[in-house]
Design a protein around this ligand. Structure first.
Ligand code: ADP
Ligand code: ZN
Ligand code: ZN
Length: 743
């Protein structure tokens, strides 16, 4: 019986570390639960205050005669915070984490931050004057002034940062126009990141296929059927329009919507579409917001000032009081899995949150995760499929090029002959090209051609990547050093970069096509706050002919003038030690291919590979999800991999190599000899411990233990039992269920 409750009285406090234990009186024992908001006597004077129940237990922490009792359940117990605390408890229970960590994950924490001024550019000239000036600017080819005025005539006022970044208007142009009385720049103290002034209710009429799906989901919602839906729809099939239709109906019911998009695809395109439709009733979160900015957005949501929150997985924790729908776009994305404890998956948490709010969950992707599709096939989710684009219904033409044949024909360059010709052709036609290579830097590693020595990071068990011609960087810890002119092992001068990265692609393209304008987008070129947007918007404005990039460029962007996509090394993500390698390869190629020919022009995709017979490459070239799925699920089933079987990865880390070695071996023994019996599981396999794929990062040694079972619940029990073992302080242990990435 849960006779004692740990209660927290102030959850808006940063520390969150103090709970007080209270007795649950008999008459409340069936009502008090995790997250309940209860009235308690507090302090010396027993003042009655409210508090949230964090955890329940049947054992007192100290002398039971000194423990005070809960007075009653507060009538307001359906508070937003109660739901979030319940969600935190779910995280703790399911993913292994302390309650404090789980709370910190879900609760918006107020930190002291400075108020921020938001500047807005406002049209001051009246309509007649504005239109006269517009003609004058056009006549005089004053393009920047023309561009700004044209937008202002439509919108009247535009966020200053949009003007500078999206419209590319310089400060001097602005001050010229301000001094001439055409515009005015106003400042006000407002909530950070609020998105004012870009409303123009733009609504498409759904086509029949879209209508059917939207209607089915909306009618469920209106009939109080709350479910999880998976929409598999090729890129451009109009999923986003369906989402917005569903959101409209939810808003009409007086409820709010949460829209998750992967951080990388958080481009002005997606956000602008939502802003155009919902104006300042939508707010955006992204990882580059400060915690103060994030907090402000949460407060707006809590105050009912917005209807839609769009953002990465943490947008799930928006304190809306009444959520109607949670949408997860690009559901298959790895960024929906948290890398830190608790290592939760946004899909599962969304489904749990939806239960608390009695809301629906809509998942969408062109290439659903094997997991989600498997569940949909089993009937756990309702499945809808869209195989045609909403506007131009022709999919891009794809071609696989065998790089071994290129080599035989004497072509050692990173571009096949056909790709080179096609790039040339597009440059002549003034159409745009995207080149995708999933490796940043200049070269993947540096090695000696004489003795084979590979240069490694002194702090990590990985090779250094070459950046530019003279710098080597560790992608795991950031260590940097100058390149060597001689091999440190044998002294040979033949030491150099192997496996080209995006930097080298850029260099070679510039050599081959000196007149082309080239942009590059990868983790190195997008370090500053608006850099994603700047690169993408300048490519969208056709300021460049070729965009080169890592996986950042393949997701969700709509560039109508791109008619050629080159995938330079399609098998790169294939030969890694990870059961999801084929899935990821299929997704990346399919998504990259989906970038071509989105504006009515026919698109072409060239897929270069050394493994032209691999099923994930063939089925992605054919844009054939179902045949890929059929082959992949057979393999997962055979091997007992997720989603058919389940896996718990236990990562142990320590600066002390001996400690992590011994403890991980002891733990494996303990699991085999003791814990498996206690949890009463039969079908279970313990694999390891072994060194993690990267055995050392930043001088921390890493060992991994895998436990496989077809029974997910049992794995959870095993995790609980392991958590109750006291471990050495110098050791960190973390749990990951059905890991998205290998260790
Ligand atoms: P997805 O989210 O599946 O990639 P989008 O919703 O982004 O697809 O739609 C792709 C393109 O087609 C967008 O430019 C969108 O404005 C347009 N579009 C989608 N549905 C319709 C429709 N019913 N009528 C006209 N245009 C549409
Ligand atoms: Zn050497
Ligand atoms: Zn390193």
């Amino acid at each position: 019986m849960n006779k004692y409750a740990d209660i927290i009285v102030n959850i808006s406090h940063e520390a969150l570390d103090r709970t007080f234990q209270y007795r649950v009186p008999d008459e409340l024992i069936n009502e008090v639960e995790t997250g309940s908001y209860v009235n308690i006597p507090f302090g010396k004077g027993d003042k009655i205050i409210g508090g949230y129940v964090l955890e329940l237990s049947d054992t007192p922490n100290y002398d039971p005669s000194k423990i005070k009792s809960i007075i009653s359940i507060n009538a307001d117990s359906s508070l937003v915070e109660s739901k979030l605390i319940k969600l935190a408890y779910f995280l703790k229970k399911n993913y292994g984490s302390t309650m404090i960590n789980a709370l910190k994950t879900v609760l918006p924490i107020k930190k002291k931050v400075k108020e921020k001024q938001i500047k807005t550019v406002v049209l001051k000239a009246d309509e007649t004057l504005a239109n006269e000036l517009l003609m004058e600017y056009e006549r005089k080819h004053q393009t920047a002034r023309y561009r700004l005025l044209k937008e202002l005539i439509e919108e009247k006022n535009i966020d200053y940062s949009l003007v500078v970044n999206k419209l590319n208007i310089s400060a001097s142009t602005l001050s010229y126009m301000e001094s001439n009385g055409v515009v005015e720049i106003t400042s006000e103290r407002v909530y950070r990141n609020s998105t004012k002034g870009v409303i123009s209710h733009e609504k498409k009429t759904l086509n029949d296929e879209q209508r059917k799906i939207a209607d089915a989901i909306i009618s469920d919602i209106n009939n109080d059927i709350k479910d999880t839906y998976l929409i598999r729809g090729v890129t451009g099939s109009g999923k986003t329009e369906i989402y917005m239709e569903i959101i409209d109906s939810v808003i009409n019911r007086g409820q709010s919507a949460i829209v998750l998009i992967p951080e990388i695809a958080l481009t002005y395109q997606t956000v602008m579409r939502f802003q155009k439709r919902y104006g300042d009733r939508v707010s955006t979160l992204h990882s580059k917001l400060s915690s103060g900015e994030k907090y402000d957005q949460f407060i707006r949501a809590k105050n009912g000032e917005i209807d839609v929150m769009i953002g990465p997985r943490s947008a799930l924790f928006t304190p809306f009081s009444n959520v109607g729908v949670i949408i997860i776009d690009e559901e298959h994305e790895g960024s929906y899995k948290s890398e830190n404890m608790p290592k939760y998956h946004a899909r599962e948490v969304a489904i749990e949150l939806a239960k608390l709010h009695h809301a629906s969950v809509v998942l969408g992707s062109a290439t659903p995760s094997i997991e989600a599709y498997y569940r949909a096939k089993k009937g756990e989710y309702k499945l809808f499929e869209l195989d045609k684009r909403a506007v131009s219904d022709s999919m891009a033409k794809t071609k696989i090029i065998d790089l071994r044949e290129e080599l035989k024909a004497g072509n050692k360059s990173m571009f096949s002959r056909e790709l080179k010709e096609k790039i040339e052709d597009r440059l002549i036609k003034k159409q745009q090209v995207m080149l995708f290579l999933n490796r940043r830097g200049y070269a993947g590693f540096v090695s000696c051609r004489t003795c084979g020595h590979v240069v490694k990071c002194p702090h990590c068990d990985v090779s250094l990547s070459l950046h530019g011609r003279s710098k080597m960087v560790c992608h795991y810890c950031g260590y940097e050093t100058k390149t060597y002119d001689k091999c440190p092992e044998c002294g040979s001068p033949y030491i150099g970069g192997m496996k080209a990265g995006t930097e080298q692609v850029e260099e070679n393209i510039k050599k081959l096509f000196p007149f082309a304008n080239v942009l590059r987008m990868d983790a190195d070129t997008t370090k500053s706050k608006d850099s994603y947007e700047n690169i993408l918007s300048s490519f969208a404005n056709k300021e460049a002919d070729i965009l080169i990039g890592t996986q950042m460029i393949v997701k969700g962007h709509d560039f109508p003038n791109v008619t050629l996509v080159g995938i330079l090394a399609a098998d790169m993500s294939l030969h890694v030690n990870d059961y999801r390698a084929s899935e990821r390869t299929f997704q990346l190629i399919t998504q990259a291919a989906g970038r071509a020919g989105r504006g009515g022009l026919l698109g072409e995709v060239i897929i270069q590979t050394y493994s032209p017979d691999n099923y994930s490459i063939i089925s992605s070239a054919n844009q054939d999800y179902n045949s890929f799925y059929a082959e992949e699920i057979e393999y997962r089933d055979l091997m007992g991999y997720p989603p058919v079987g389940h896996m718990l990865a236990i990562l142990m880390e320590s600066a002390n190599e001996r400690l992590v070695d011994i403890t991980s071996r002891n733990l494996a023994g303990c699991v085999k000899n003791d814990i498996i019996d206690k949890a009463n599981v039969r079908e279970v396999r313990v694999i390891g411990p072994t060194e993690a794929t990267i055995a050392r990062i930043n001088d921390i040694y890493r060992r991994v233990l895998y436990i496989k079972s077809s029974d997910y619940e049992k794995l959870r029990e095993i995790k609980d039992l392991i958590e109750s073992i006291e471990l050495d302080k110098g050791l960190r242990i973390s749990f990951d269920f059905d890991p998205m990435n290998g260790y």
